[in-house]
Ligand binder design. Structure first.
Ligand code: FAQ
Length: 332
C-alpha cells in the first residue's frame, strides 16, 4: 500500500490565489492519492461531508458504548468483566480521536454533541438494538466490530489526513475487539445446550441489523457518488456489505451457528456469496428514531452529558489555571 502524502507541499498555492486554481490544486491532490490536510484549501462541500460523516462516526462510538456497557456489572467472570471494561473504554477513545479529527475541520465538539442530543445528527442504526443476554456481547464483537473493520480499513486510505490516521489506530483496536467476541462465542459453543442456543438466538437477532450498518443500497445512497469521487469513501456500501458476508460465512461454519438467511449460498460464477435483501424499511425506521432502543440510548446520552457538566467545568478551570501559570512564568 502506498502511503499518501500531505497535499500541503511547497507547490501549494497561497490562500489568496483565485478559487479555480485552488480547486485545481485540490483536484490534483485527490487524483494523485495524496492527502488533504487541515490547512489545505478544500471545497465547502468536502468539508461539510467530512464533518457529517466523522461526527456520525464519533457519535456512534460513544452511543455504541451503551449496549455492551449494560453487561459490565453482570459479566459472568472477573476476566470477562475486565475484557469488557477495556473494550468499552476503547470505544470512548475512538470517539475522542474522531471528535478531534472533526475539530481540525473547524467543527466544535460541544456543538456536535449538542446536535446529537437534539437529534439533529445521526449515529449508527446498529446501536438501537437490545442486548438481553451475554451472548450479545460476543455477537457484537464478532459482527459489529467485524462490520466496522470492513468499513474502516478502507477509510485508512481516506483522502482527509486526520481521519485516515485516526482510522489506523481504531482498526487495530477493532480487530482485537472482533477476536475477543469470537473467542467468547467459541467458549459458549463449547458449553451447554442452553449456551449454544443463546449464541444462535443472538446471531439470529444481530445478522440483519449488522448488514444494515453498511448503509442503504448503492442505488439509494445519496452521498456515495460524491464521497467516492472525493476519495473520502473508497468502496460503496454494497461492496463493503458483500465483503462482510464473504468474510463471515466461513467463520459461522467454524463456530457451528446458522446465519438466518435461506438465500445465502456461494455463487461460483461471481466468486462471492449471494444473500437475501435486508428490510430497508426497518433501516429507515431505525435511522429516523423509531428503533427498539433509540429513546433509551438518547435518554442515557443526555443524562450522562448533564451529569458530566461538572467534569467539563473542572477541566476547563484547570486548563485556564495552567495557561495563567504558563503566562506568568514566561513574563517573569
Ligand atoms: N445508521 O448516502 P449514504 C462502530 C445515513 S462505528 C445511521 O449511504 P454515507 C464501532 C447517512 O449518514 C459504526 N445512519 O451515507 C463500534 C446519510 O445521512 P444524511 C459507525 C445511516 O455517509 C463497534 C443517509 O443515511 N461507523 O461500529 C446508516 O455515504 C462495536 C444516507 O446514506 C461509521 O460511521 C446507518 N447504518 O454512507 C462501537 C463509519 N447508514 O445524508 C461500539 C463511517 C447510512 O441524511 C461497539 N461512516 N446512514 O446525513 C461511513 O462509512 C458512512 O457514513 C456510511 C454511510 C457507510 C455509514
Amino acid at each position: 500500500m502506498t502511503s499518501p502524502q500531505s497535499g500541503t507541499s511547497s507547490s501549494a498555492p497561497p490562500a489568496d490565489r483565485a478559487e479555480p486554481e485552488l480547486q485545481r490544486h485540490f483536484d490534483d491532490t485527490i487524483a494523485h492519492n495524496q492527502r488533504i490536510e487541515p490547512r489545505d484549501w478544500m471545497p465547502e462541500g468536502y468539508r461539510r461531508t467530512l464533518i457529517r460523516q466523522i461526527a456520525q462516526h464519533a457519535h456512534s462510538e460513544i452511543i455504541g458504548m451503551q449496549p455492551e456497557g449494560e453487561w459490565i456489572t453482570r459479566a459472568p467472570s472477573l476476566r470477562r468483566k475486565a475484557i469488557l471494561f477495556a473494550k468499552v473504554q476503547d470505544e470512548a477513545g475512538h470517539g475522542l480521536y474522531l471528535y478531534s479529527a472533526a475539530e481540525t475541520l473547524g467543527a466544535d465538539r460541544a456543538d456536535l454533541t449538542e446536535r446529537l442530543i437534539e437529534g439533529r445528527q445521526k449515529y449508527s442504526s446498529i446501536f438501537n438494538y437490545p442486548t438481553p443476554t451475554f451472548a450479545d456481547v460476543g455477537v457484537i464483537g464478532w459482527f459489529v466490530d467485524g462490520a466496522a473493520i470492513c468499513n474502516q480499513v478502507p477509510l485508512c486510505r481516506s483522502s482527509y489526513g486526520p481521519y485516515a490516521r485516526a482510522m489506523v489506530r481504531v482498526c487495530k483496536e477493532e480487530s482485537f475487539h472482533q477476536r475477543q467476541g469470537y473467542e467468547l462465542l467459541l467458549t459458549m459453543m463449547r458449553g451447554t445446550d442452553e449456551q449454544r442456543a443463546m449464541v444462535q438466538d443472538a446471531v439470529d437477532r444481530w445478522w440483519w441489523p449488522s448488514l444494515m450498518m453498511f448503509g442503504p443500497p448503492d442505488d439509494d445512497s445519496p452521498n456515495s457518488a460524491q464521497s467516492m469521487a472525493w476519495k473520502i469513501k473508497r468502496h460503496t456500501n454494497d461492496e463493503l456489505r458483500q465483503r462482510f458476508v464473504d468474510m463471515t460465512v466461513p467463520q459461522a461454519e467454524k463456530l457451528g451457528v446458522t446465519l438466518p438467511d435461506p438465500e445465502l449460498r456461494w455463487n461460483e460464477e461471481r466468486g462471492h456469496h449471494d444473500f437475501g435483501t435486508p428490510d430497508w424499511s426497518e433501516l429507515k425506521r431505525v435511522i429516523s428514531g423509531d428503533g427498539p432502543c433509540n429513546a433509551q440510548r438518547m435518554e442515557r446520552r443526555r443524562t450522562a452529558h448533564e451529569e458530566g457538566a461538572w467534569v467539563r467545568e473542572a477541566a476547563a478551570a484547570h486548563a485556564a489555571k495552567q495557561d495563567k501559570r504558563r503566562e506568568e512564568g514566561s513574563a517573569a
